[in-house]
Design a protein around this ligand. Structure first.
Ligand SMILES: [Zn+2]
Length: 94
C-alpha cells in the first residue's frame, strides 16, 4: 500500500469518527432536552453565565462548577439572573 492510500484511509476514518461523535452529541442533547422536568418548580442558577434554569437543563449540565438553587423564578431574578432560553424557566409548568 502506498502512502497516498494510507493518507486517504486516515482522512476517511477521521471524518467518520467526527460524524459519529457529532451524531451521538446531538442526539444526547435532544434526549436531555426531553428529560427536562417541567414539574419541578425550583430553579438552578449558573453564576458563570448569569442564567437560571429548570433542573435538568442541558445548559446547566454544561456549567462549570456548582449551581445555586433558587426556590422561584422571582428569587433568581432578584439576584440578577436571567432566564435560560433553552429550558424556558418562565414558561408554563406541565
Ligand atoms: Zn436552561
Amino acid at each position: 500500500m502506498n502512502v497516498n492510500v494510507l493518507k486517504a484511509i486516515g482522512v476517511a476514518v477521521i471524518v467518520l469518527l467526527l460524524a459519529v461523535a457529532y451524531n451521538m452529541y446531538s442526539s444526547s442533547v435532544e434526549n436531555d432536552f426531553k428529560d427536562i422536568s417541567r414539574t419541578e418548580t425550583y430553579r438552578m442558577g449558573d453564576h458563570f453565565t448569569g442564567f437560571y434554569h429548570r433542573p435538568g437543563c442541558p445548559k446547566l449540565k454544561q456549567a462549570q462548577g456548582g449551581g445555586i438553587r433558587f426556590e422561584s423564578n422571582e428569587a433568581a431574578r432578584a439576584e440578577g439572573y436571567s432566564p435560560c432560553k433553552r429550558c424556558d424557566p418562565d414558561g408554563p409548568n406541565e
